[in-house]
Design a binder for this molecule. Sequence first.
Ligand code: NI
Ligand code: MN
Length: 218
Amino acid sequence: MDIKYLGHSAFEITTKGKKILVDPFLVACPDYKCENIYDIFVTHAHGDHLGSAIEISKTTGAPITAVYELANYCAKNGAKTIDMGLGSWRDYSWGRVVLVPAFHSSSTPDGIYGGCPCGFVFEIEDKTIYHAGDTCLNSEMKMIGEIYQPDITMLPIGGKYTMDIEHAVKAAEWIGATAIIPMHYNTFDAISVDISEFERQIREVGKMPMTLQINGSL
Ligand code: NI
Ligand code: MN
């Protein structure tokens, strides 16, 4: 398995030749080539997460998996979709996924209610990966740690709209994953952080900071 960071909260996960995209807001890598995309996941309807999902779905035929209201919005705009609610596993050809709560808001770029914001827990090969979406620190993360026991967790750290570094470090402790990939920082001024400070604090609680460069892989 390969996890590639595409900037902001966007990731490409490749497993056995199949690629899946999460929150494909691709301003940081405009030359990204959409090849072998099997599935697209969108945590919530904000433009910096929905990104190019609808266009990519139309071009590649890959369905967008999202919470019911957001999936409906994408379908109305011509995308293939898989609608879900929080809390049950769905099987895919490459693994399985459950939607978990995020504490945030969700409306589409044109102002339509986007359903509840989510995170995703992926089981791929023998690894569990948790993408938290946009969220504040919340006690559901203790449940996620207990029930899903993620190996790898992507956490927002930029503050202002989501958790900041201090809260992300607490989240990492609650979730229990060893490897923490920071996201949702330094894309624009309002969410700029000193990434070395994140790395220092996360090591202090015995976790491994997995900072990825744009187009960098794990
Ligand atoms: Ni958001
Ligand atoms: Mn965001």
